[in-house]
Design a protein around this ligand. Structure first.
Ligand SMILES: Nc1ncnc2c1ncn2[C@@H]1O[C@H](COP(=O)(O)OP(=O)(O)OP(=O)(O)O)[C@@H](O)[C@H]1O
Length: 353
């Protein structure tokens, strides 16, 4: 099947939301006289050339994107592509070299130390691969820890921590110590701790990459469930395409510090921006990711137009039984309007790939 762009971007709940985080022209250059690079002719050099000429590494190059309120925004790329540096710049754990970062009207790059500390305590939360739990404190104390730093009094602190303990499915483990829990459970504690302070944005840096595949899948489902329940904006770093496709409302693909593509999972799989992305998504089952919007065609003379009706955002795999069972084309309809039709031929072409 030749990839054609869908008629319009598939709407998800978060896609209609305004941006919570706006990033413009962000650079992070490591090395001598790093500040001279952005905006100079050196900025045009490839990462390797820049390194050779100046000894500097452009970890993030001229990144511009927006994260929408309530979405799961995944940053994906191979090792060394700049994912961690990019996301650390957003909270200034790494100091950017150039560019603008605005969180809901607050200019993060201009924030003074105290404002930055307040932002990190109250508006952001981070979940890392290494859980960062305090080994000598009980699970409940670990969850309450961020609130303690925020100055929340003991009773509300522990009542909130208990609520979070239940939310992540660890009821009964309040008095355990971190080393008595499995890796997956420890990461649940990390999630509960991050959620306890009711942050506006949750940042995840490869949180599940040290876990066994089955536990990892469990934890991904847990993030999906928590996102549904608490509706937080999440920025999630991963090098794993499957994880990105499963979790992301939108995916940003990085290579050598630069942004290569930003799009919904079906856009990244259905219309990869270049050979690098195409290579990444080569083995993905398109029928599991693409929607009817991608394969519908205009009705032709002779098509019966009284077949079953499905929405344009139904994933092809889910539509297969309906399409193959019907003896006439499935009508793809949104808001009462016929957008196109899908017959067995269209569906089988995708599956046959
Ligand atoms: N403190 C530093 N000093 C010099 N170079 C750095 C520093 N931190 C990162 N880099 C370089 O910046 C580039 C991007 O690294 P980064 O860790 O952001 O990539 P990543 O995509 O998160 O990779 P990984 O998944 O391996 O962590 C790499 O070439 C790395 O060597």
């Amino acid at each position: 099947m030749t990839a054609t762009s869908p008629a319009e971007t598939s709407p998800t709940a978060a896609s209609e939301n305004p941006a919570i985080l706006d990033v413009r022209g962000l650079w992070k250059v490591f090395g001598p006289r790093a500040a001279d690079v952005p905006g100079s002719p050196l900025a045009e050099l490839s990462r390797a050339e820049l390194k050779e000429r100046t000894g500097c590494v452009a970890a993030v190059r001229d990144a511009s994107f927006s994260v929408r309120r309530g979405e799961v925004f995944v940053v994906m790329g191979l090792s060394g592509s700049g994912k961690s540096t990019l996301v650390r710049c957003l909270t200034r754990l790494v100091e950017p070299t150039a560019g603008e970062i605005v969180l809901d009207g607050t200019d993060i790059r201009r924030a003074a130390d105290k404002q930055l500390r307040d932002l990190r305590r109250h508006r952001f939360a981070m979940v890392f691969q290494h859980f960062g739990l305090l080994p000598h404190r009980r699970v409940l104390d670990n969850i309450a820890y961020g609130l303690e730093i925020q100055g929340v009094k003991k009773a509300p602190r522990y009542s909130r921590a208990t609520e979070m303990l239940d939310l992540v499915g660890l009821t009964g483990y309040a008095d355990s110590y971190p080393d008595q829990l499995s890796g997956g459970m420890q990461q649940r504690v990390g999630l509960a701790r991050a959620l306890a302070g009711d942050p506006e944005v949750l940042f995840f840096d490869e949180p599940f990459s040290a876990l066994d595949p089955l536990i990892r899948r469990d934890m991904q489902n847990e993030v999906i469930r928590l996102h549904r329940e608490v509706g937080k904006t999440m920025v999630f770093i991963t090098h794993d395409l499957g994880e990105a496709l499963r979790l992301g409302d939108r995916i940003l693909v990085m290579r050598d510090g630069a942004l290569v593509q930003t799009g919904t999972p079906d856009e990244v799989v259905g219309a990869p921006a270049d050979d690098y992305v195409r290579e990444f998504v080569r083995d993905v089952s398109r029928s599991h990711v693409l929607t009817l919007r991608w394969i519908m065609r205009p009705p032709e003379a002779g098509d019966a137009l009284d077949g079953p009706e499905l929405g344009p955002d139904v994933v092809i795999k889910e539509a297969v039984p309906t399409v193959l069972r019907a003896d006439r084309p499935v009508r793809v309809v949104a808001d009462g309007e016929l957008l196109g039709v899908v017959g067995a031929a269209e569906v089988l072409e995708v599956i046959a790939e």
